[in-house]
Ligand binder design. Structure first.
Ligand SMILES: C[S@@+](CC[C@H](N)C(=O)[O-])C[C@H]1O[C@@H](n2cnc3c(N)ncnc32)[C@H](O)[C@@H]1O
Length: 245
């Protein structure tokens, strides 16, 4: 996407709805698993926090301090103002710029580790975990075999790094982590909590006069929604709760 398209992308993703599939219920479910392995007064880093939907849920759940990290300033402003959690504008690739090693009991990341890639993200982020710490993250995965050619083509064009659940488990294991637990996000985390809001936003923006490039960005989003409607049982987000071995 060029600059005009990126700017319009952020008009769609203005922070008023989630940045990806998820829900307070799934955040709480994952936190309750992570909590079993953590003490009190913990330090938490929420990586790729977006406009903070999961940060807000965590704030209610966590006994301790949360820092929300993202590179999109409009989202960080929203978190500071509306949730009142400390924010850091720092790339997930370069956590050294903001933090010392062995700093966090819990690293949280919903729908954002794909940016670095699973293996890369887990390798870098591990350095910032305290001993006995937990990483809890949601990540895209194939969840059913034999996807159609149309679906394979879609993912090949949009995120060819998508892997099966078993392949992702292997990446986690080879990255030196033990999987404490995992679960697949329910489809309502995609529809009611994400695509329905996205569709409302697209319809709202379509009322405006749009450039060809803006129309292309809108259409990419409609395609994503349509693909999920047609083939959503083949792929999903898996929430993993893991710890270094
Ligand atoms: C798919 S959204 C997920 C947002 C949020 N966790 C949620 O589930 O609603 C991914 C987020 O990662 C952020 N991001 C992109 N590149 C990043 C980077 N290099 N470092 C940190 N955050 C980044 C984006 O600004 C965006 O907010």
């Amino acid at each position: 996407m060029d600059k005009e398209m990126m700017e319009f992308f952020f008009k769609i993703h203005n922070g008023d709805f989630r940045g990806g599939p998820g829900s307070d219920i799934s955040t709480e479910k994952a936190y309750n698993i992570a909590k079993k392995f953590l003490g009190k007064n913990i330090s938490v880093l929420d990586i790729g926090a977006g406009s903070g939907f999961q940060t807000k849920a965590l704030k209610i759940l966590v006994d301790g301090k949360i820092i929300a990290l993202d590179t999109t300033e409009i989202y960080l402003e929203k978190i500071k103002k509306e949730i009142g959690v400390e924010t850091v504008n720092c790339s997930m690739y370069n956590l050294d710029r903001s933090f010392r090693h062995n700093t966090f009991n819990l690293i949280w990341s919903e729908g954002a580790i794909y940016i670095m890639g699973l293996a890369n993200g887990l390798k870098h982020w591990k350095l910032f975990l305290k001993k006995g710490g937990i990483i809890s993250f949601s990540h895209i995965s194939w969840i059913q075999d034999n996807p159609s050619m149309e679906l394979l083509d879609y993912w090949e064009a949009n995120y060819p790094q998508i892997r099966t659940l078993d392949e992702n488990k292997k990446i986690i294991d080879e990255g030196g982590y033990e999987i404490k637990d995992y679960f697949i996000l329910p489809s309502t985390d995609w529809t009611e909590n994400y695509y329905d809001d996205m569709a409302d936003r697209l319809k709202e923006l379509e009322k405006r006069e749009l450039s060809e490039k803006e129309k292309m960005v809108i259409n990419m989003h409609w395609e994503e929604i349509e693909i999920y409607k047609k083939y959503g049982e083949y792929y999903g987000y898996v929430f993993f709760i893991i710890s270094p071995k």
